[in-house]
Design a protein around this ligand. Structure first.
Ligand code: SAM
Length: 257
């Protein structure tokens, strides 16, 4: 199991969609002088090298960060995060969601990251340099055990690799349970939009929960490679920060250009 490795896909169009919305939310939430919790169930290695053999094998980043970074205003928190990492680690570096979170959050914010793959976990631990608590644990189990976190304000990102088909069915009841345990938490679930529409049943399950302040953002893009089934990216956000719907529209507009 655990055959998925994000190094092959880092910086692809789905990453841009997910990371730009995440960066905007964290920037917005950290404007209030109150500490936050940041939890992530499927963290990945936090820093990717787009000149690695894995990234070059798929070439997915060309249609993502390669094509799109310049479309963001220079002061957009996503663009600033990518440029900050590149100033530190070189022009082919790309930040994963944990790096973006650690960059945007403040010293008194608490970060908990789960990553199960041994190599990815080790790389994550090194990249975080003590800035986050890095757990080698099942992400959903960890999230449930930590919720409600302290501080209570905060964000949970769920970004599974969807290697196991039952994940689609398991996620709505899990998110319902999590929301009951942490009713003020911002919960952001990423999902792929696949040609075969596999995500639709999951969305019906989520809608049935009638969770508060939901923003659902979806963008479409051509398959990154011939025969690739992913034709878009979705983010389902519960307790969305004020203004997210408008920001998500702006970001979707960049994909349409
Ligand atoms: N969120 C990352 C980002 O945007 O930079 C990308 C994460 S990648 C899509 C999914 C990661 O989840 C992989 O690194 C994989 O090893 C890890 N993983 C898979 N199953 C897991 C589980 N049950 N618990 C924790 N991590 C898991």
């Amino acid at each position: 199991m655990l055959s998925y490795q994000h190094s092959y896909h880092a910086g692809n169009p789905a990453d841009i969609h997910k990371h730009a919305i995440l960066a905007w939310m964290l920037d917005r939430l950290s404007q209030k002088p109150k500490p936050l919790s940041y939890l992530e169930t499927h963290a990945g290695r936090a820093v990717y090298d787009l000149s690695s053999a894995e990234a070059l094998k798929t070439g997915e980043a060309a249609a993502g960060v390669g094509r799109m970074l310049g479309k963001f205003a220079p002061d957009h928190p996503y663009r600033k995060a990518v440029e900050a990492l590149r100033a530190e680690a070189g022009s082919t570096a790309y930040p994963g969601s944990p790096w973006i979170a650690a960059h945007l959050l403040r010293a008194d914010d608490q970060l908990h990251l789960a990553e199960l793959h041994p190599q990815e976990h080790e790389a994550l631990r090194v990249a975080m340099r003590g800035r986050a608590r890095v757990h080698r644990a099942d992400g959903l189990e960890l999230a449930m055990s930590l919720c409600p976190p302290e501080p209570r304000r905060g964000v949970l990102v769920i970004d599974p690799s969807y290697e196991i088909k039952t994940e689609y069915e398991a996620l709505p009841p899990f998110i319902g349970k999590l929301h009951r345990a942490w009713n003020v938490g911002v919960i952001a679930l990423w999902y792929p939009i696949l040609k075969d529409g596999r995500h639709r049943g999951m969305l019906r399950g989520l809608e049935a929960l009638q969770l508060p302040r939901v923003v659902r953002s979806e963008v479409s893009f051509p398959p990154v490679r011939e025969g690739h089934g992913m034709v878009g990216s979705g983010l389902y956000v519960v307790n969305a920060p004020f203004g997210l719907a408008e920001e998500a529209e702006r970001i979707a507009g960049m994909f349409a250009e």
